[in-house]
Design a protein around this ligand. Structure first.
Ligand code: ADP
Ligand code: ADP
Ligand code: MG
Length: 656
């Protein structure tokens, strides 16, 4: 038995909060660590003790093994829970914990090293007789060898970083002519994210689902599986929606996959929580993808359908207890679905967003669970993953879980920075997803394509009108009423659109007219003191509860349940300047210019690749928003740029 009373959580955000809650419930003393950027975070206030490890970037803080071990010594922690991401799959960290006499809550360093590298893991799975995707996992990484092997495997192929995770360093290559360039790009991303540029190749399995098995093992060698999760709804090979059980799963397939996953775990003497990921074809053949040797982001869906607390199991196993249940005692009841709420701008390449959380209202209700790492007033910094919270719902059927999730999402209010809430609502309404038929490339190949077409999705007249009223009142609080102006003009910008309105007031009733003389009557039935928080608005004949918050620079954030928007009041002279800027490219976030793909004088079409920006260890492809000719390039490869810095000017060929 390992005796420990104090557990240090070497992580941040929602997973640190999640682990602290169970550890406290079980009577453990909990220790949070935090970087300078996270001083005001939720996980810090929830822990019994918090140790500042300084630094801001992940390298200087949560990835710094010496700092974490020093914090453990300082707080007398006998065990460390690594969460997911950061040091959770670091062999070196697990070894250092062992040397320091601290219990690492996870598998052995050996199991991590065998499974942490996709090439080694594949070689290992051959012995465990777990089916593999045809591919190349040999030692040579020369372009010429990879080219030959890709021919042998047959296109399309996936180029993958051996040390990869989180969908990084993966490239789908459909034709031989593109292979060398994609290899270079995957190598670059792999090196900067994982410190290794080792690659492997796999045949691309088309029309497949991502189905993974949760496994658990104790120190006595008992190993069980806790059902599956379908994580096929992905963007850039990164999960967005996860559920359990998988739609259309049969008992026979679950058992076959479950047993294969248990074999995979046993082959490395696995201990603790782990996930074996598979691709499953339309004819129910399944292939090993990788094993994640830690608690997974999407573990809550398994918790809801099994009724178990997986963090509790992790702590029991780490303390030397046997697994609480045997295989025949484990069953799945009902259905659970999770969505990941990210601070990102879905209309602009899903770039991570920073800012202050002005409003955060989480949903409540039957079957609703929220795992969050944020609180109102908190600053979202650029240093870490942009996932802020997870919404999970449970229902006796998939339909019920899905209905509850949609409702919970409309109730969720996050104002102050763009989030993917509206995108998630769209995904949940997608007919293929609703039918339970999504495969791994569905979002990219079917949903995002439509988004491009219906660009600048229609913002409702109700939202424009409310923004016109609220922003026209900010002209100087007293000025508005005393000027005697009957119709107050206001110019608003929302996304790419700029529109003019006239607002007239009669006590709490407003008449809003646009420049084509369409009008709407808006009555403010209830408003909070500083025009912040929830308001009740009668829009012509329909009542709407709307959450609002004012940001800097005359920006108004609005959420009416189905729409999350921000409007900016701009001066009447700004519109033209904005339009002229239209085609020019500015840095959407700070980072390093990895590649400049165009030269001065070159004609480009909408969607052409202009620049590859490396930011937060990801390679972002910046494309032309309009056709034109490159007239100026302000940066070269390796330049560091701040957000908003001009990168490329494009002269439009014809004005629309
Ligand atoms: P990561 O470590 O980044 O999670 P994975 O190997 O688990 O990498 O793959 C992530 C996702 O990439 C998968 O869920 C799947 O959508 C896609 N993918 C990976 N390998 C293949 C493949 N051989 N064929 C088709 N899709 C794949
Ligand atoms: P999962 O299925 O748990 O999401 P993935 O293979 O998709 O696993 O992703 C790898 C893990 O790395 C995820 O848990 C992801 O959230 C985490 N991750 C990615 N980037 C970061 C980061 N900057 N900080 C912390 N965790 C990260
Ligand atoms: Mg994976």
């Amino acid at each position: 038995m390992n005796i420990f009373n104090t557990i240090l959580i070497a992580n941040r955000g929602e997973i640190a909060v999640r682990v602290i809650k169970t550890a406290k419930k079980m009577g453990y003393h909990t220790v949070a660590v935090y970087s300078d950027a996270d001083a005001g975070s939720l996980h810090v206030s929830l822990a019994d003790t918090a140790v500042c490890i300084g630094g801001t970037s992940a390298d200087q803080s949560y990835l710094d093994i010496d700092k974490i071990l020093h914090a453990a010594a300082r707080s007398n922690a006998g065990a460390i829970h690594p969460g997911y991401g950061f040091l959770s799959e670091s062999t070196a960290f697990a070894e250092r914990c062992e040397q320091a006499g601290i219990t690492f809550i996870g598998p052995s360093a050996r199991a991590i090293s065998l499974m942490g590298n996709k090439t080694i893991a594949r070689q290992h799975m051959v012995d465990a007789a777990v089916p593999l995707v045809p591919g190349y996992d040999g030692d040579s990484n020369d372009d010429s060898v990879l080219q030959k092997e890709a021919e042998r495997i047959g296109y399309p192929v996936m180029v993958k970083a051996a040390a990869g995770g989180g969908g990084r360093g993966i490239r789908l290559v459909r034709e031989a002519a593109k292979l060398v360039a994609e290899i270079a790009s995957a190598r670059g991303e792999a090196l900067s994210s994982f410190g290794s540029d080792e690659l492997l190749l796999e045949k691309c399995i088309e029309q497949a689902r991502h189905i993974e098995i949760q496994v658990f093992a104790d120190q006595m060698g008992h190993t069980v599986y806790l059902g599956e999760r379908d994580c096929s709804m992905q963007r850039r090979n990164q999960k967005v929606i996860e559920e359990s059980p998988a739609p259309q799963m049969t008992d026979a397939l679950r058992q076959k996959m479950g047993e294969a996953a248990v074999e995979a775990a046993k082959s490395v003497n696995y201990v603790g929580a782990g996930t074996v990921e598979f691709l499953v074809t339309q004819s129910d053949e399944f292939y090993f993808l990788e094993m994640n040797t830690r608690l997974q982001v999407e573990h809550p869906v398994t918790e809801l359908v099994t009724g178990l607390d997986l963090v509790e199991w992790q702590l029991r196993v780490a303390a030397g207890e046997p697994l609480p249940l045997q295989q025949h005692e484990i069953s799945l009841t009902g259905h659970a679905i999770e969505v990941r709420l990210y601070a990102e701008d879905c209309d602009n390449g899903f770039t991570p967003q920073t800012g202050t959380i002005l409003e955060w209202v989480k949903p409540t209700g039957e079957g609703v669970r929220v795992d969050e790492g944020i609180s109102k007033g908190q600053e979202v910094s650029p240093y870490y993953d942009s996932m802020l919270a997870k919404l999970i719902t449970y229902g006796s059927t998939r339909d019920e879980a899905l209905r509850r999730l949609k409702h919970a999402l409309t109730q969720t209010v996050l104002l102050g920075l763009p989030s993917n809430k509206q995108f998630l609502l769209r995904l949940l309404a997608d007919p293929t997803f609703v039918e339970g038929k999504a495969t791994t490339r569905h979002i990219e190949e079917n949903i995002l394509v439509q988004q491009e077409l219906s660009e600048a999705a229609n913002v409702s007249q109700d939202s424009w009108a409310l923004a016109a009223v609220l922003l026209s009142r900010t002209v100087g609080a007293s000025g508005w009423r005393s000027t005697g102006t009957l119709r107050w003009p206001v110019r608003l910008k929302q996304g790419e659109q700029t529109r003019d309105f006239f607002v007239a007031q009669d006590s709490n009733q407003y008449c809003v007219e646009d420049d084509e003389a369409n009008s709407l009557t808006l009555t403010i039935l209830k408003e909070s003191s500083e025009h912040k928080g929830q308001m009740l608005v009668l829009s012509n004949d329909m009542q709407q509860a709307v959450n609002v918050a004012f940001g800097q620079q005359q920006i108004l954030y609005v959420d009416n349940g189905s729409e999350t928007l921000n409007f900016q009041k701009i001066s009447f002279s700004e519109k033209k300047a904005e339009e002229e800027l239209g085609a020019n490219l500015v840095a959407p976030m700070s980072g390093r210019i990895a590649e400049v793909k165009v030269s001065i004088g070159q004609s480009v079409k909408k969607g052409d690749l202009l620049i590859v920006l490396e930011s937060m260890k990801m390679f972002q492809e910046l494309t032309a928003t309009q056709a034109g000719v490159v007239s100026e390039i302000y940066v070269t490869e390796d330049t560091q740029v701040d957000v908003g810095v001009p990168l490329i000017d494009i002269e439009q060929e014809e004005k629309t």
